[in-house]
Design a protein around this ligand. Structure first.
Ligand code: ADE
Length: 234
C-alpha cells in the first residue's frame, strides 16, 4: 500500500514514519510513504503556496495551482483509490473507516493549513475528507500521521502477532480489557487471580466481561451497539 502525502511542512512528518511499527512496515516493504513538499510545485519563485482570501478576512488560503500540479503528476504515474483531505470538517475517523482504507492500494493525503484550501481543490480533486476529531490542529500533518498509522498497522504482516489488530479496542465496537505484566504483586496491588490460573476458557470469559464492563461505563454509546447477549454487570 502506498501513501503520497502532500504538505507545506514535510519535516513535520519525518518522525512518525521513522520509528517503531511504521518504520518496520516501510523497511519490510509492506507500505510506502512518500512525503511531497508542496512548495516544490509552486509556480512562483518565492515558492508561495497560499494567498489572501477573496472577500477579505483573517488567515491565508492554500492555492489551487501547486496542488493541481502535484496531484496531476502523481495521477499520471499511477491510479489512486482515494485523494483524502485532512480537515476538521471532514468525516470523523473511526476504526471501521481505517479498516476500509487499509484495503486500498494507493492513497494521496493532502494536509490542510492556514484557513484551509481553495474550495475548487475540494470540488475537483478530493474524494474523501477526514477529520481526526472535533478540535482544530495547526495543520493537517499530525492528522495525516494519525490517519496513516491507523491504516498501516492493519496491513497484514505489519504487526508481529497478526491477531493483535483484531483484538484492538473498537474492533467489534468494544474497548479492550485491562492488561497486566510482572510482577504479580506490587505494593500490595495484585494481578487478578484468573490471569495467573492458566485456565484459557476462564481467562477469555473474564476478558470479555471486562471489555463489556469498560465499554458500558466509558462508552455507553458503543455499548448500546452490542448485539451479543450482555451479562448483568450493572
Ligand atoms: N486539520 C486541522 N485540524 C484537523 C483535524 N481535527 N482533523 C484533520 N485535519 C485537521
Amino acid at each position: 500500500m502506498r501513501f503520497d502525502i502532500i504538505t507545506c511542512l514535510p519535516r513535520l512528518l519525518d518522525s512518525p514514519f521513522s520509528h517503531s511499527i511504521l518504520k518496520r512496515a516501510i523497511d519490510k516493504g509492506l507500505t510506502e510513504v512518500h512525503v511531497h513538499d508542496l512548495r516544490d510545485y509552486s509556480p512562483s519563485k518565492h515558492r508561495q503556496t497560499d494567498d489572501y482570501p477573496y472577500g477579505g478576512g483573517a488567515g491565508m488560503v492554500m492555492m489551487i495551482e501547486p496542488i493541481h500540479r502535484i496531484i496531476s503528476k502523481l495521477k499520471e504515474e499511477r491510479p489512486y483509490d482515494a485523494v483524502v483531505y485532512m480537515t476538521p470538517d471532514g468525516l470523523t475517523l473511526n476504526q471501521k473507516m481505517a479498516n476500509s482504507y487499509s484495503l486500498l492500494k494507493n492513497i494521496i493525503i493532502l494536509c490542510g493549513h492556514y484557513k484551509g484550501v481553495d474550495e475548487r481543490v475540494r470540488e475537483k480533486y478530493i474524494t474523501h475528507e477526514v477529520s481526526i476529531g472535533d478540535y482544530v490542529l495547526s495543520g493537517g500533518e499530525l492528522a495525516a500521521a494519525v490517519f496513516a498509522d491507523a491504516i498501516i498497522r492493519l496491513i497484514p504482516g505489519v504487526l508481529s502477532d497478526e491477531t493483535s489488530a483484531l483484538t484492538d479496542s473498537f474492533q467489534d465496537d468494544l474497548l479492550s480489557p485491562p492488561v497486566y505484566t510482572r510482577p504479580a504483586e506490587f505494593i500490595g496491588m495484585k494481578v487478578p487471580e484468573v490471569l495467573l490460573s492458566g485456565h484459557e476458557k476462564n481467562i477469555e470469559l473474564w476478558r470479555m466481561e471486562q471489555a463489556l464492563e469498560r465499554t458500558k461505563s466509558r462508552r455507553p454509546d458503543l455499548y448500546d451497539k452490542q448485539h451479543v447477549a450482555k451479562p448483568n454487570i450493572s
